[in-house]
Design a protein around this ligand. Structure first.
Ligand SMILES: Nc1ncnc2c1ncn2[C@@H]1O[C@H](COP(=O)(O)OP(=O)(O)OP(=O)(O)O)[C@@H](O)[C@H]1O
Length: 361
């Protein structure tokens, strides 16, 4: 396994890129540590596949370098990078048995049959497919086929990195959670460097120790799932992660009252003062979990009440802006009722031009 370094990486599909918007990947500097479990998370079109193809060698970046354990591999073709990939759709040989499918990457590298058997049996046991080793792959269900595809990615011990590209796309929704936790368990046992690409926050947050969040060709934050939830570095992360996402509300902040911002003239205490006098667009970010329906605070009108299992989500209009509150207990409030909203001070953040601008006091 290897540490992977992306240094000053940029990529444009245009022959003569001029502005930032001509780049599918803006400047990316990133270290993937040896043995880490990473997720690359972002919406469609943010550049995930472009980055994956650059790491695997299918694409040569317009600028910058990729290093494996400090060795420059930027121009090395895919077959010399020693990478295993698991794709959206199973890549297996239908006419071969499950055993031969799992053995294929090892035999292809000339491993002896004793090693092949040891590795195949270990991976089959981890994936709970030992009972089907002698079956032809053609007869397997789509999710078992994808399991075998994952097994093929994990069977070699000498790969630099295993990359999963939306691997659960074909899996039945009720089996997804099972395979998700299986993959996490596999990482703990195999200890390979793994990169899991997805646009699904649940998949990313379940699998990864570190999540790399991308938007429009840029990495906006790298952090543990808890860090991304607690202190989103950008409003995009706040909104994209969480269900419902962070409330983002336009505000004014004149810097004279330190930790006080105003929404439509109404004072809202922030977690702390801004790091410097803001020069751009100012917004308040507050997670719905830290908004309470109170007797006093910002005036609001209930728009919708949704029961979502253990919680209730109350959607309000607050001074002309939509605000969600997640409450644990039920509520007697109904659509059209007047209420007040209170934001927990230590969770009320200021964002300037999208970027976090306050620190805790
Ligand atoms: N071969 C190509 N030629 C030109 N533009 C491309 C090409 N491939 C991707 N792009 C553009 O580059 C940007 C990033 O695309 P990319 O496929 O890397 O994103 P993604 O996050 O993987 O999206 P998805 O999840 O939909 O695959 C998009 O604007 C896309 O239109």
């Amino acid at each position: 396994m290897a540490k992977i370094t992306l240094s000053k990486l940029r990529h444009s599909y245009m022959s003569n890129p001029k502005s930032d918007s001509d780049y599918a990947l803006k400047e990316i500097d990133l270290d993937w540590n040896d043995g880490g479990a990473y997720a690359l998370l972002g919406p469609s079109g943010c550049g995930k596949s472009t980055l994956l193809n650059i790491i695997s060698g299918l694409l040569v970046p317009s600028e910058g370098q990729i290093l494996f354990d400090g060795k420059d591999v930027t121009r090395l073709p895919p077959d010399q990078r020693n990478i295993a990939q698991v794709f959206q759709f199973p890549v297996i040989y239908d006419t071969m048995t499950v055993y031969d499918n799992l053995a294929f990457p090892l035999r292809n590298r000339g491993r002896d049959e004793a090693t092949v058997e040891r590795r195949v049996m270990a991976i089959a046991e981890m994936l709970e497919v030992t009972g089907m080793l002698n079956q032809k792959a053609a007869g397997l269900s789509p999710d078992n086929k994808q399991k075998i595809s994952m097994g093929r990615g994990l069977v070699r011990e000498d790969v630099n990195v295993v990359m999963f590209d939306e691997p659960l796309t074909v899996i039945d929704p009720h089996l997804k959670w099972k395979l998700r936790s299986k993959l996490k368990e596999l990482h703990q046992r195999v200890k390979a460097t793994m990169i899991y690409v997805t646009h699904d926050q649940t998949e990313a947050l379940t699998f990864a120790d570190q999540v790399v969040v991308m938007q429009q060709g840029e990495v906006v934050q790298i952090g543990t799932p808890v860090e991304l939830f607690d202190r989103p570095a950008h409003t995009f992360v706040g909104h994209f992660i969480g269900s419902p996402g962070m409330n983002i509300l336009p505000c004014t902040y004149d810097g004279t009252a330190d930790d006080m911002a105003r929404i439509e003239g109404q004072p809202v205490p922030l977690e702390g003062p801004a790091r410097s006098a803001p020069t751009g667009k100012t917004e308040i970010g507050i997670r719905p979990e830290f908004v309470t329906l109170a007797g006093s605070g910002l005036p609001a009108t209930v728009i919708k009440v949704s029961d979502v299992g253990r919680h209730t989500v109350v959607e309000c209009d607050c001074l002309g802006h939509k605000v969600n509150a997640v409450i644990d207990e039920g509520t007697t409030l109904q659509k059209g009722d007047a209420t007040h909203l209170s934001f927990r001070k230590d969770q009320t953040r200021l964002y300037v031009d999208g970027w976090l601008a306050t620190d805790p006091e």
